[in-house]
Design a protein. Structure first.
Length: 490
């Protein structure tokens, strides 16, 4: 998703021109897809919004404001045997009563294009995303673009990946080489080029017996100011299927040293041992091991509760940068057609983009999803810890350990064939080393939507955001926001 920097002159042409050029290139590469073969969904939405703290200022400094917003949007989708194209773009033209001169034009968009250049063998997978993100997680942040705050910047991600997959002497070879870059509008945030090379050679899948897989991965992140961050690993994995649906899994290999991120030499050993189990109702995988940064434990659990519900739990540990973590959250997320409501996305509210920090991320989440009658209910509990930060040239000091513990509850009710009521409540406790806890308590959002016709809908909402516990009390705030919007699709 994508926007422009609040508090700066709006540059409506540049982001839009970039996205239009990208779309034209996509269409050219996809062998001139006929318009009739595409699903095209244009729409326009008019918003009227009131906020009692438009700049998220501290107690006693609040400024209230009326806000008007016009939001044209278009979605384009095409899928065929050799081409998959997905375009999602919208602009936000925002007018503020207060503060003076705050009016801005924001652009949001995402383009994905997958081409099958040689049937079942050679693919080209490309992706573009332009989004607005926080700069400093300890300053005021917002989950929407309505509050006028300066703690945000535009981020553009563009990448392409040639991908080869074929049998080799009865084994399966898979090679993908991804190149791309992150660009930030904020001059103090480091732009980043990256390369990710993934190669695997594996035996064919079998219900019983011994299988194997050899994986190699190389990563390099190049920042505006040296040094670069590099990592490499080479791992052989053996799995022995004792029965259909149950396997013992072990792996051993080498990886670059976590504490020496400027070198990709395979200096340290890596191993893990565990099991994988899959059944009609339950999938479970667990392992313990050792990596260059210490002992590891990984868990993945899916428990299906009929066709409309499931419980999931995961725990992972891995070295990261802010850019690599964002890529894994955003790119190549496979969608599965299911009647189970999707879980909310964990907010990246402790990331420090463009800093070049290398750290160990420990991430856990448990979620419950259920659809029943005319209701859908989702509950997510998550914990993320970033630790063992490595100092680099552009940042001689590190932020120390930081973490977030939170929960998100969503409940959607169909009040009638044309009316829906959505409620979301969330809470997160974010902790930064050397500082008091910073607690974001979102009283949540209540949204009522009414279909006025096949192409027209009316929506009203109330949102409350509250933050307490900041070391700098000027960063504490409370905001109440009311809005009404009318959408027309074509």
């Amino acid at each position: 998703m994508c926007d422009e920097q609040p508090g700066r002159p709006a540059s409506a042409g540049a982001p839009l021109l970039t996205m239009v050029r990208g779309a034209i290139a996509c269409l050219a590469l996809s062998a001139a897809i006929p318009v009739a073969a595409m699903d095209i969904e244009p729409s326009i939405t008019a918003h009227a919004i009131y906020s009692d703290n438009i700049s998220l200022d501290g107690p006693g400094l609040e400024t209230e404001s009326w806000v008007g917003m016009l939001e044209p949007a278009i979605k384009i989708n095409h899928e065929s045997s050799r081409v998959a194209l997905d375009v999602d773009y919208r602009a936000q033209l925002i007018w503020y009563e207060e503060p003076d001169g705050a009016d801005q034009t924001l652009h949001l968009g995402k383009v994905g294009l997958d081409l099958e250049l040689l049937q079942d063998r050679f693919f080209l997978e490309s992706f573009y995303d332009r989004s607005q993100i926080q700069i400093d997680p300890e300053q005021p942040i917002s989950s929407t673009n309505i509050p006028f705050i300066i703690n945000r910047t535009d981020r553009s991600l563009i990448q392409t990946a040639p991908h080869w997959r074929s049998p080799v002497f009865g084994q399966i070879l898979d090679v993908r080489y991804t190149v791309g870059r992150f660009d930030y509008d904020d001059p103090l945030t480091q732009d980043t080029k990256f390369q990710v090379a993934d190669t695997s050679l594996a035996s064919p899948e079998a219900d019983t017996g011994l299988g194997w897989r050899l994986n190699h991965r190389y990563l390099r992140f190049e920042y505006d100011t040296p040094p670069d961050s590099k990592a490499q690993e080479l791992v052989l994995t053996l799995d022995y299927a004792l029965s259909p649906g149950f396997s013992l899994v072990g792996s051993y290999g080498r990886e670059s040293e976590f504490g020496n991120y400027t070198s990709s030499k395979l200096d340290d050993s890596i191993w893990s041992a565990g099991f994988e189990s899959s059944g009609t109702r339950t999938d479970l995988a667990a392992s313990v091991g050792e990596r260059s940064f210490g002992r590891t434990f990984n868990l993945s659990l899916v428990r299906r509760m009929g066709p409309n519900g499931e419980f999931t739990a995961t725990f992972t540990q891995a070295p990261r940068t802010s850019e690599s973590a964002y890529r894994e959250r955003t790119v190549n997320q496979d969608s599965v057609l299911t009647t189970v409501p999707p879980l909310p996305t964990v907010p990246s509210d402790i990331d420090r983009p463009g800093t070049g920090f290398v750290y160990v991320e420990r991430f856990a989440q448990a979620g419950f999803s259920r659809a029943f009658n005319r209701n859908t209910l989702t509950l997510l509990v998550y914990y993320e810890k970033q630790s063992d930060f490595q100092a680099r040239g552009i940042n001689a000091t590190t932020p120390g350990n930081q973490s977030q513990l939170g929960t998100i509850l969503r409940w959607a009710m169909e009040l009638g064939p044309k009316t829906q009521l959505d409620t979301e409540l969330s809470w997160v406790d974010r902790s930064f080393t050397g500082n008091d806890d910073i607690k974001d308590t979102y009283g949540g959002i209540v949204r009522l939507r009414r279909e006025l016709g096949r192409r027209t809908s009316l929506e009203g909402y109330y949102r409350r955001s509250e933050r307490t516990g900041a070391v700098n009390r000027a960063f504490d705030y409370t905001e109440n926001q009311f809005g009404i919007s009318l959408t027309r699709s074509f």
